[in-house]
Design a binder for this molecule. Structure first.
Ligand code: H79
Length: 461
């Protein structure tokens, strides 16, 4: 009897093991992501110390590029890590702000192009534990807070560009304005002959050595030491080879449910989703591939003390609805300070978006693209069930005549309501489409959602 129980237990354990090993399909892995629709990008690192100013000059462009744009020597840049001491870092508060804004996932720069690791690593001394007064892993407590609040956590990792770990790549792009450094001509000639590098310290190893010594072991640590990793967000495949990309891609097996983007290397490594940056694609550009627009709230990803050029909550909510109506995700950035705080403008924006999402989030989460594309008065999303279709019409511009017309909607209507209040609305149908009779005043100054339940599927698409 005892033997039988032991044998049965062993078989059960084996079966369980077999199930855990089951390879997930892409649809299975993408399920939560396609429902989430809204996430937070966080760009944080040593660049938040200079915060856009080097040597008394305000350096143009995006803040996390300051080392490259100002051609800061490796030793000088690394010295700034000593001042990176985010004593006000409160990961619990960060995650709560994301959650209250209606975001379902967070992607944080575990390492940006400056190569600085926000986590404990054995592969390089250039990390928060070994290089700063703060001396603690920043991702561990963030992972714990995400778990607590039910927010998925993903890691951005700059796999190719790395301006501090020797051998890492450096973009060779020259901006229209030229290099920010006054000695631009000399430096430009130097960088051209040195794979974009501007300091001999960057060239003590080959790119292949950098991949083996830093990128591969660090990604392995990220995928091993922080629990479930929802997303691996690669960026800028400068100098990447198929060999290097394969090594990194193989590591993803450590997280069977992980989702990855299209920036590991081009071509041949498409990943799961496309990543339009700072723009929302036109309907004509979409080909059925999953996609996510990443965007800044102001003009920079990494914190710049003097960039107060923030988009309005209205613009950002309209962006989210535009994106959802086209079937994409919105990854909206926050660039915390070197103290570990979200800029106050970002906090205000998140709160305002959260107020809207609390009332109207149903029009975003788990929805699919509009069957009709765009309307001049706003955007549409839809949900399909066995017997019918729910349509969400987010009205940006309230019609002066109090009539919302949806040409081409010929299905029978079960109900039409104001999502925020539940107030029932009258509709009139014709062979051409549906007209919804609206209240005289818009219920929401930013976007008012009209929820319409119709019978059957939408036929014209
Ligand atoms: O992490 C954020 C950016 O730092 C990164 N991707 C997002 C998510 C990014 N890397 N490269 N780019 C974006 C585009 C490259 C822009 C460049 Fe430039 C033009 C590099 C050099 C010229 C902008 C202007 C950066 C420096 C000057």
């Amino acid at each position: 009897m005892k033997k039988l129980i032991i044998t049965l237990t062993a078989i059960l354990l084996l079966l369980q093991g077999a199930f855990a090993q089951k390879v997930l399909t892409k649809d299975e892995r993408m399920l939560w992501w396609r429902e989430a629709r809204f996430g937070m990008f966080i760009h944080w690192g040593v660049y938040s110390v200079p915060a856009g100013t080097w040597d008394g000059r305000q350096i143009g462009g995006i803040g996390e590029w300051i080392m490259n744009r100002a051609k800061i020597p490796v030793a000088d840049y690394q010295a700034m890590a000593k001042q990176f001491n985010p004593v006000k870092y409160d990961p619990d508060a960060w995650v709560k702000m994301a959650k209250d804004a209606g975001m379902k996932y967070i992607v944080i720069t575990s390492k940006h192009h400056d190569g600085f690791a926000l986590f404990e690593t054995k592969a390089s001394k250039w990390n928060v534990v070994d290089g700063t007064a703060y001396g603690k892993d920043l991702l561990k407590p963030l992972a714990a807070a995400c778990k607590k609040y039910g927010i998925r956590l993903g890691f951005y990792y700059s796999q190719a560009q790395d301006w501090n770990n020797p051998g890492g790549a450096a973009s060779r792009k020259v901006t229209k304005e030229g290099w920010a450094n006054p000695d631009s001509v000399i430096i430009d000639a130097y960088t051209k002959e040195h794979r974009g590098h501007w300091d001999p310290a960057q060239e003590k190893k080959t790119f292949a050595q950098y991949i083996d010594d830093v990128a591969v072991p660090e990604v392995k640590e990220l995928l091993t030491n922080y629990g479930d990793v929802a997303v691996l967000w690669w960026d800028t495949p400068t100098d990447m080879t198929d060999e290097a990309a394969t090594k990194l891609q193989t590591l993803l097996a450590l997280q069977p449910a992980i989702i990855t983007n299209d920036r590991l290397k081009r071509p041949n490594f498409a990943g799961d989703h496309k990543t339009p940056e700072q723009r929302i694609p036109n309907l004509a550009d979409l080909d059925g591939t999953d996609w996510e627009t990443c965007m800044t709230m102001n003009g920079t990803w990494g914190y710049k003390s003097y960039d107060h050029n923030y988009k309005t909550p209205e613009t950002l909510i309209h962006n989210l609805l535009d994106i959802a109506s086209k079937g994409g995700n919105f990854l909206l950035n926050v660039g915390p300070t070197d103290q570990g705080e979200f800029p106050p403008e970002s906090v205000d924006i998140l709160v305002r978006i959260g107020q809207w999402m609390k009332v109207n989030g149903e029009a975003v989460y788990g929805t699919k693209a509009s069957p009709w594309g765009l309307f001049d008065w706003g955007r549409c999303t839809k949900k399909e069930s066995k017997n019918g279709t729910t349509l969400y019409f987010s009205v940006f511009n309230w019609p002066a005549d109090g009539k919302l017309s949806i040409p081409g909607l010929k299905n029978g209507v079960s109900s039409a309501t104001v999502l925020a209040t539940g107030a029932r609305l009258r509709t009139t149908g014709s062979g051409l489409g549906l007209t919804i009779i609206l209240p005289s005043k818009a219920p929401d100054p930013i976007a008012s959602v009209i929820k319409v339940e119709v019978r059957g599927q939408i036929e014209n698409k």
